[in-house]
Design a protein around this ligand. Structure first.
Ligand code: ATP
Length: 444
């Protein structure tokens, strides 16, 4: 993890928030490359979950909502982790992190045994809406995006004219005042979720839960996370919310252990029923064929953007051997991102920066590829060094404009370039006119 955290900072993926003031625990900023990676992930999730399907539509709800939403959903009452304070080292711990040595509770931080009893700790951040700061103006920053979908269920159903089963997808920020933010961005206090609420009839719930688990596993493979590193955990009844009939966690084998990436939960009709009861507004679905009215059930695949970004970086990180400029083998750090996820798709290099023709041709290629993908032009330093810089940030392709491109050595090679593959480091010649098509086949 140390190597990964330091690479992330050095190359502009992820920084500590408000760093010049000493940071703020559990909060992170994404730099120029991190933001690209995150966007590629969110856009691809949207493409697979919304655009490639007839049965899902999207929405974008507000972060602040009427406090009544959080009362009805049960978050105000119950969205808390039991917490324990260590009186010796003052650490604040989640009760489930306390070590139990033959019935004696021990602080995992300092080994101290003087611990408080577990107390509830509400994870929602409070805030006030409007000029006065009192109970009546209080609400919370949302701890999950799902509730906006539930309270707009009826409106979205009407405008989209969908029939069951159908889903509503949303990507957005969520906030949890985690007691113990840790493992880099894995447990943060501000993060993003990609959630789908898939509404269905009660009798379809269990089947659809398994369907969505399979779909979601396919998704991870399509972004380059190997199946071997993923683990499906069936959440036992005692760990599930009382209304949940079944629940899977998709876990990833992070360097700090197997940890949850995504939850795929069968939430029954709990959320819609609660909001119908509390708001007094019907959230029922009318089945035109059977003429029945009922509250749909829901299956929810809920993934974390930041956790998936971290998994992508961990999965991609590799060290291998590559020749330096003099042909001597040296250790190469390379991020083997799937081309779909890579922040920059192609590096474009004139062999020499002081040759006007080479530079001009390389810039023409930049203009040719830019409408299709994010590319990076680099003319400084030896070509091997330029390749290595791109390897380290996971750019899958490099295009070099050389004298053969100008047709100086062999007229048949005019207007061809060297296309280098990041992983195999193999090079081949490709006609400039075929570049966009060749690269697009891999990155879309
Ligand atoms: P955990 O048990 O790790 O706290 P959770 O079961 O509470 O997670 P859910 O409420 O199911 O998480 O949220 C769905 C997804 O949102 C999680 O699978 C995870 O990817 C993401 N997520 C939840 N909490 C955090 C957090 N503090 N930081 C980053 N991502 C988070």
């Amino acid at each position: 993890m140390e190597k990964i955290v330091s690479l992330c900072k050095r190359r502009g993926f992820i920084f500590q928030s408000s760093e010049i003031y000493g940071g703020l625990n559990g909060l992170w900023d994404y730099g120029p490359l991190g933001v690209e990676l995150k966007r590629n992930l969110k856009n691809y999730w949207w493409r697979v979950m919304v655009h490639e399907r007839d049965d899902v539509v999207g929405m974008d709800g507000s972060i602040l909502m009427n406090r009544a939403v959080w009362k009805a959903s049960g978050h105000e009452e119950t969205f808390s982790d039991p917490m324990v304070d260590c009186r010796s080292c003052k650490a604040r711990l989640r009760a489930d992190q306390v070590i139990d040595k033959k019935g004696v509770r021990q602080c995992p931080n300092c080994g101290g045994k003087d611990l408080t009893e577990p107390r509830a700790f509400n994870l929602m951040f409070k805030t006030y809406v409007g000029a006065t700061e009192d109970e009546s103006s209080m609400t919370y920053l949302r701890p999950e995006t799902a509730q906006a979908i539930f309270v707009q269920f009826k409106t979205v159903l009407e405008v989209s004219r969908k029939k069951l089963p159908f889903g509503i997808a949303q990507v957005g920020k969520a906030f949890r005042n985690e007691i113990n933010p840790r493992n880099f961005t894995f447990r943060a206090r501000e993060f993003e979720q990609m959630e789908l609420e898939y509404f269905c009839r009660a009798e379809e719930g269990m089947l659809l839960l398994d369907y969505w688990l399979k779909e979601r596993l396919k998704f991870y493979e399509r972004i380059g996370i190997s199946r071997g590193k993923l683990h499906v955990r069936e959440v036992p009844e005692e760990e599930r919310a009382f209304y949940s009939k079944a629940n899977y966690d998709i876990e990833y084998d992070f360097p700090f252990g197997l940890q949850e990436l995504e939850g795929v939960a069968y939430r029954t009709d709990y959320d819609l029923s609660q909001h119908q009861k509390a708001s007094g507004k019907s959230l029922e679905y009318f089945d035109e064929e059977t003429k029945q009215k009922f509250i749909p059930h829901v299956v929810e695949p809920s993934a974390g953007v930041d956790r998936t970004v971290l998994a992508l970086i961990c999965e991609a990180y590799a060290e291998d051997q590559a020749p330096d400029e003099k042909g001597k083998m040296e250790t190469r750090v390379v991020l083997r991102f799937h081309p779909r996820m890579a922040p920059i798709k192609c590096g474009i290099f004139p062999l020499l920066k002081n040759n006007a023709q080479l530079v001009e041709k390389a810039k023409e290629i930049v203009d040719l590829l830019r409408p299709h993908m994010y590319v990076f032009y680099d003319e400084s330093g030896a070509i091997g060094r330029r390749y290595r810089r791109q390897d380290e940030i996971g750019t899958p392709f490099g295009v070099t404009v050389d004298f053969e491109t100008l047709g100086e050595k062999d007229a048949t090679l005019r207007n061809t370039v060297t296309l280098r593959d990041r992983d195999s480091m193999k090079q081949r010649r490709v006609a400039i006119g075929e570049l966009a098509g060749t690269l697009l086949a891999d990155i879309t």
